[in-house]
Design a protein around this ligand. Structure first.
Ligand code: AMP
Length: 575
């Protein structure tokens, strides 16, 4: 594990992609059979493969407790170190060096030992048992090794490593074509297995595995309708942009699962969709959006929020906020008649959208309105700016957020903001931010943590930079629930202000963006308010300073149609 930590450090210190790839390739080639898959997965910054449903279930709080157990370090020490570095793993290294923590090198854990501990932590029940296992592991680590472990566990691998870079390194290490590596990577969703297949020259054996979610294709920003046509034209497909949450439905026989955008199994949250899919006569994977829908009408995203983050919905909530699945893509298809559940599933990712949609239209999906739980996305064709604007207005009239514009010839690119899909929304917009600090509120909100300070990401430094502060627009029940969470995930306390683990994503509405030196982002928002908690989004998906700059410039020019990386249309503030 120490070698892995050192390698991660060296890659982080290198700015050139070709050098990073070369360092990684040499390292991967040098590993033993059992080290290779583990090292590759850790290099993508996670303890388990992405499509794996396991998570170690260790928050920063547990990591901090374990560090406190290993050496006599207080939370205050760690909080102060975190403030210096804005990086938990560096803070951990720093305090362990300061505490003189130096176990003998021969007890330093190997990669398989670290992986085994992560698996044990995952299956241990309760925070105390988990923290004990982590304490035992960290006690054996010198500060640099501990830093590597915290990077993986804290999901903090800011070494410029993205899956794409690890794939390039795998291709180089074992001298395989990059395209073949990428394709096998998409199908398996497990970079460890991918490394093994590449090493053994078996990339052609990779198969799409049902019930292992594929990464979702995302949409890119564009400037305006004319720009969209230039990029995707001459003929583009226009689909309504539904304001729900993204979901991937996998089905084989009567086994049905739904996965969220962060690849978690959310089947239990939407039992009506799962039950409606069970009897259907096909096997495969569809991509779509879960939408709150009642009496033939779309309900606003805020209604759907009552269904999020709960393990399973009560009958009352199911009746109040019924959901449907809007299908817009077909990613794999197998035969309906598959009694042994072993038939091969054909991946359709590299088929053009036109073909995927044709096949989606041909499968059985009982429609909402006729007693079913599905609709297919509303689809049209546009060849000029006027047609795009009309389609946009029509989609809004159907109570949707805006328009998704797609190139009918495009393939499905999992995990990429491909150029095949663009999104079109109207100002005013919202931005997705992460909460970095909270304070006790005033008046009626006294005693609860209701004032949030939030940040966007600066892609140049990969740091979180503050953009504003808002009093919660959440319900009392949500505030109470979030207060408990923030108390358990406080990094440091400064008077009334608590610096918290930066993982809660909120969607912020505002009236105007202004340039401001007050915040690290260089911008501040007029009348910011919390439009929604976004438990479906991870901190990797928050908006960036670049998006805010584009929004700012768009608003300056008073552009009617804003097409941004992460903006959602909301009504202006009352008054
Ligand atoms: P955003 O969340 O603003 O980045 O916009 C992209 C999201 O729009 C996707 O991840 C989907 O959840 C959602 N979406 C809604 N309707 C569609 C559609 N017809 N096609 C693709 N994505 C859609």
């Amino acid at each position: 594990m120490r070698r892995w930590s050192d390698l991660a450090e060296r890659v982080a210190a290198t700015t050139r992609t070709s050098e990073k790839t070369a360092l990684l390739a040499d390292y991967l080639r040098s590993l033993t059979a059992d080290e290779l898959p583990i090292a590759a997965v850790f290099l993508t910054g996670r303890p388990f493969p992405e499509a794996d449903q396991r998570s170690a279930g260790l928050g920063w709080s547990a990591i901090m407790t374990a560090i406190g157990n290993v050496a006599s370090i207080t939370r205050g020490d760690l909080g102060a170190a975190y403030d210096r570095h804005s990086d938990l793993s560096k803070a951990v290294e720093d305090v362990l060096v300061g505490a003189g923590h130096a176990p003998p090198p021969e007890v330093s854990p190997t990669l398989p030992e670290v992986a085994a501990t992560f698996a044990a932590v995952e299956s241990a029940s309760g925070p105390a048992a988990k923290a004990r296992l982590l304490t035992e592991l960290l006690a054996r680590c010198d500060p640099a090794t501990a830093k590597g472990i915290v990077k993986v566990l804290g999901r903090e691998l800011r070494i410029g490593l993205r899956e794409g870079l690890v794939e390039a390194a795998i291709a180089k290490a074992f001298d395989r074509p990059l395209d073949a590596v990428k394709w096998a990577g998409m199908l398996t969703g497990d970079v460890g297995r991918l490394a093994e297949l590449a090493r053994d020259d078996q990339l052609d054996d990779a198969e799409l595995a049902l019930f292992h979610p594929l990464k979702f294709m995302l949409a890119s920003p564009a400037e305006d309708a004319a720009e969209i046509l230039r990029r995707l034209g001459p003929e583009v497909w226009v689909e309504d942009k539904y304001d729900g949450i993204r979901a991937q439905l996998h089905k084989r026989g009567t086994d049905v699962r739904l996965y969220s955008r962060d690849l978690n199994d959310v089947s239990a949250q939407f039992p009506e969709v799962v039950d409606a899919a069970r009897p259907l006569g096909w096997t495969g994977v569809i991509d779509g959006e879960i939408l709150a829908w009642k009496d033939g009408l779309v309900l606003p995203f805020q209604s759907l929020q009552a269904r999020l983050g709960r393990k399973s919905p009560s009958d009352a909530i199911r009746a109040e906020v019924p959901v449907i699945f809007v299908a817009f893509d077909l990613l794999a298809l197998g035969p309906g008649d598959d009694p042994d559940g072993e038939a091969t599933v054909e991946p359709l990712l590299r088929e053009p959208l036109r073909e995927r949609r044709r096949r989606l239209d041909a499968i059985e999906l009982p429609l909402a309105g006729a007693g079913g739980r599905f609709i297919r996305s509303h689809l049209g064709v546009a060849i000029d700016v006027d047609a795009l604007e009309v389609a946009f207005a029509d989609s809004r009239a159907r109570r949707n957020e805006g328009l998704m514009v797609k190139d009918p010839t495009s393939i499905y690119s999992p995990g990429r903001r491909g150029l095949g899909w663009l999104k079109m929304k109207k100002a005013l917009a919202t931005i997705d931010c992460v909460v970095v600090g909270v304070e006790v509120g005033h008046g009626k909100r006294h005693g609860v943590l209701s004032d949030y300070t939030f940040a966007v990401r600066d892609t140049k430094t990969d740091k979180l930079v503050n953009i504003g502060k808002a009093y919660s627009g959440l319900t009392d029940a949500e505030i109470a629930e979030m207060t408990k969470w923030f108390e358990a995930h406080t990094i440091a306390t400064y008077g009334r202000y608590r610096q918290v683990e930066p993982t809660v994503v909120v969607e912020i509405a505002f009236d105007v963006i202004v340039r401001s030196k007050r915040h690290g982002s260089g911008f501040s928002l007029r009348f910011p308010r919390i439009a929604a908690l976004r438990p479906d989004k991870s901190v990797d998906e928050i908006d960036t300073v670049d998006t805010v700059t584009a929004l700012y410039e768009g608003l300056q020019h008073g552009s009617e149609l804003l097409v941004t990386a992460g903006a959602r249309t909301v009504p202006p503030a009352a008054g």
